[in-house]
Ligand binder design. Sequence first.
Ligand code: PHE
Length: 339
Amino acid sequence: MNEELKRIKDELTNCINQALNLKELGEARVKAFGKTGLISALSKNMRDVPVEDRPKLGSAINVLRSEIEELLKEKENKLENEELERKLQEEKIDITEPSIKVELGAYHPIADVIDRLADICVNMGFTVVEGPEIESDYYNFEAMNIPKNHPSRDMQDTFFISEDILLRSQTSAVQAREMETRKPPFKIICPGKTYRNDSDATHSPIFHQLEGLVVDENISMADLKAMLTILMKRLYGEDTKIRFRPSFFPFTEPSIEVDVSCPNCHGQGCNLCKGSGMLELLGAGVVNPKVLEISGIDSKKYRGFAFGFGLDRTAMILNSISNIKNLYRNDIRFLEQMK
Ligand code: PHE
């Protein structure tokens, strides 16, 4: 019997030594410990051995079992290490090899201006809101104190979808929506697309505005002027000069228009500012008490001020773009220049 054990040990040791990879080692393991494996068979044959010899044989089989287990483990470690070594050799990374160039996109100039202005305004405590582009006549005009047939509707050539539905011609429409739902005090800005039937080098039927609205107690034109001055300087630079001109909007009283010194020529006069040294940028004013009342805000207690920026013009000035259509053509060569 001892001989038989030795023969089995030699045979299994051979098998293990010859295994070239983990798969072959797995086969060797099956040959030893599988259901019909050599060592399993030994245990099964125990029945045929005389009772007195069984303990001795049993322990001899146990020794053989652990010897073979040990050999398998050792070989397994060895093969695994070899495998790892091989992978490390083969899959070496050449860190000096030039990398694949990743093409980065650029912000569209309008998105960039919205981002910059929103950053400045959020810093001053404003909340950014949005409103629908397809709007009712009520929010776009009537709630802004522009009744039907009022001559000031002619200031804006509006695209009507039906009698009462239109493409909003000003982000001021969002003012009314916000005043209806918010409790003062509040400060909001609303950037977005606006539409008017107008088209030349500086006008596009689709354009962008950014509306600002502050409603609070004890605020005045002085606060509006101070705030717009800071806003303009943060956008165009500290040395920017700001000019306020009286104007008219049905929803603000008094109304102003705001010009800044041309950032291109610093007020000397150039092509961009058509020689005037100044650029007209936005409309603003103290909210007409009528407008507050229409939206359910007590105009005895609260006052408001509002402003409306043309964003396309701002993007054109900041990036020296001469034709507004370039902003909408999606010409990749143009966008490349914005990087
Ligand atoms: N809605 C005005 C326009 O489109 C701009 C504006 C906004 C004026 C808010 C005053 C206050 O021309």
